[in-house]
Design a protein around this ligand. Structure first.
Ligand SMILES: [Zn+2]
Length: 196
């Protein structure tokens, strides 16, 4: 169930992942839908011809043939950066699972940016790094790509990782690594927009 927020500008209920909290010059906070947020940003940045692109969800199949529904969020940051994100939704309506992100030119073709993003989405869902069989979770090859996230435990200092679009606890991730006891590893942290 997607939780909803009401945009302070247009008054239209919007999915919480589409809502952006904006602090006004006077210090007050306003919740805007992404369309109203982008409209204000475009006016401030002098982008008179900018139009907020709205993309319908896309379904892609992973390496096991399982369908994943991606939702989109487009946010304008100044006159030179348009952020386009795709993500799945958790049961609480927050973004989770597979996530992909690209940055583009606000004056460029939004569908070209979408095509770039979809290319990244396809490559991401086609990869499989972990399998779950009778022996439990196991690393298939010798490379694991994923994302570090909060594990939803208040005051805990351990993260969880999201691999193949699935959340894996830090303990389970450690147990998978025990199959490689004595091996070396190289941990490289990369920006969310990088392709890994
Ligand atoms: Zn609005």
């Amino acid at each position: 169930m997607t939780s909803r927020a009401t945009c302070a500008e247009c008054g239209i209920p919007t999915a919480s992942y589409e809502a952006v909290e904006v602090t006004t010059d006077g210090g007050a906070c306003r919740l805007l839908c992404s369309r109203c947020f982008n409209k204000e940003m475009a006016e401030r940045a002098g982008l008179r011809r900018f139009e907020h692109p709205r993309f319908v969800p896309v379904r892609l199949h992973d390496a096991d043939g399982v369908a994943h529904e991606f939702h989109f969020r487009t946010l304008l940051f100044g006159d030179d950066r348009l952020s386009l994100e795709a993500f799945e939704l958790e049961s609480d309506g927050d973004p989770g699972g597979f996530k992909v992100h690209v940055l583009g030119d606000p004056n460029g073709d939004p569908f070209a940016l979408l095509a770039k993003l979809v290319g990244k989405m396809r490559r991401l869902v086609s990869m499989k790094h972990v399998r779950n069989d009778s022996a439990g979770l196991q690393i298939i090859d010798q490379t694991v790509r994923g994302r570090v996230e909060w594990d939803h435990v208040e005051n805990a200092n351990t993260p969880c990782v999201v691999v193949d679009g699935k959340r894996i606890s830090w303990d389970d991730f450690g147990a998978m690594l025990m199959a490689f006891e004595g091996w070396q590893f190289k941990l490289e942290l990369r920006d969310p927009g990088d392709e890994i």
